[in-house]
Ligand binder design. Structure first.
Ligand SMILES: *Cc1c(COP(=O)(O)O)cnc(C)c1O
Length: 357
């Protein structure tokens, strides 16, 4: 069977060679004659995997001194709570730009006082709020770099007077960022980094240890740091597989190349959405995501026909999220430009044939 054009929103496309290398590790891990699935996480071969993964993340993202990199379970969703456990004393400030940001607000409220500094909920999360003020008496400011479900993306980050925390689950490694602006970055791996099951946390050590509450061990970043991200058994296989993907990112040119590819894919698709009368975008142009492009049919009665056309072309995963509707093409790092070309061709042909009807 030929491979489908995989626009899945997450878990999502990985480079074929990372999948092959992951399979090889399942068969025979680092020449041990054993599978990576059946060896101790404390053995020297796996400790080397963890260290190499931390090193390659530092290199790819340009992580400065003073930061630790953790590989935790529980998904980005657990970070919504963990951030508040570790940082929230008097007040957390939040930018509410989508469903995930709203969930982060909800979880933080279990632990303390939350101020939503700005929200785009009034227009169905179709833009990124601007001109807001981050209160300087907050313990931290939390934002979501890319709104995976509705398809908006922060094109720049504010100069925050307090520690900035960012959920980068769906656009990490797709563009250059200045890590030093952030006290903490987290990302569930299953969009741009690897398979589901591991969450990457990049945390500046000096922001920790400032809250007075008792933090349960599994929720405590410092406990995980002290145990070199092995306080409990880490998600061994997702880490191993993520490393295979990160090696691919590095080999093909690093984050700069990922950024170039993301821009090319997004330009091609948005250009078609804007020029083809059968489709319309849903997000303010200046805030559009390069990772998740959301669009609607101008005439919803053509839905069945359009669905048949893209399925016929071997396209998979462009149905919109159940809370947003319409279509969403997720274009993560491993998606080849040819897949976007295939989708654009379907859209063009669909328009041409509707004209001739
Ligand atoms: C997918 C996603 C999440 C949720 O991640 P889980 O690993 O399923 O908990 C959170 N934030 C953003 C921005 C996401 O895209």
């Amino acid at each position: 069977m030929s491979k489908l054009h995989n626009f899945s929103a997450g878990p999502s496309i990985l480079p074929q060679e990372a999948i092959e290398a992951s399979m090889e590790g399942i068969r025979n891990f680092a020449g041990t004659g054993l599978s990576v699935l059946e060896v101790s996480h404390r053995g020297k071969e796996f400790v080397a995997v963890v260290e190499e993964t931390q090193a390659i993340i530092k290199e790819l993202l340009g992580v400065p001194e003073g930061y630790e990199i953790l590989f935790l379970g529980g998904g980005a969703s657990t970070q919504f709570l963990m951030v508040a456990y570790n940082l929230l004393e008097t007040k957390g400030a939040y930018l509410k730009t989508g469903v995930w940001a709203a969930n982060a607000v909800k979880e933080a409220k279990y632990l303390g006082n939350v101020e939503v500094v700005a929200s785009s909920e009034d227009r169905n999360y179709s833009y990124i709020p601007k001109g807001y003020t981050i209160p300087s008496d907050a313990d931290y400011f939390h934002c979501t770099s890319n709104n995976t479900i509705y398809g908006s993306q922060m094109q720049s980050f504010p100069d925050s007077p307090v520690t900035m925390v960012c959920d980068m689950s769906s656009d990490i490694l797709s563009r250059r960022i200045d890590v030093s602006k952030f006290g903490l970055i987290y990302a569930g791996a299953q969009k741009n980094m690897g398979p589901a099951g591991v969450t990457v946390v990049i945390v500046r050590k000096d922001i920790l240890g400032k809250v007075t509450r008792h933090i349960p061990s599994m929720m405590n970043y410092q406990v995980h740091i002290d145990k070199e991200t092995m306080f409990n058994t880490p998600p061994v296989f997702p880490i191993f597989s993520m490393l295979q993907n990160l090696k691919w990112v590095k080999k093909v040119g690093g984050v700069d190349e990922m950024q170039r590819r993301a821009a090319a894919r997004a330009a091609l698709l948005y250009n078609e959405i804007d020029s083809n009368p059968l489709f319309k975008g849903t997000i303010d142009k200046e805030d559009r995501s390069q990772m998740n492009a959301c669009f609607l049919l101008s005439d919803e009665s053509m839905e069945n026909q359009f669905n048949a056309a893209w399925k016929e072309a071997g396209i998979s995963g462009i149905k919109g999220h159940r809370s947003a509707g319409g279509y969403r093409a997720s274009m993560y790092n491993a998606l080849p430009l040819e897949s976007v070309e295939a989708l654009v061709n379907v859209m063009r042909t669909f328009n041409a044939s509707s004209q001739s009807n």
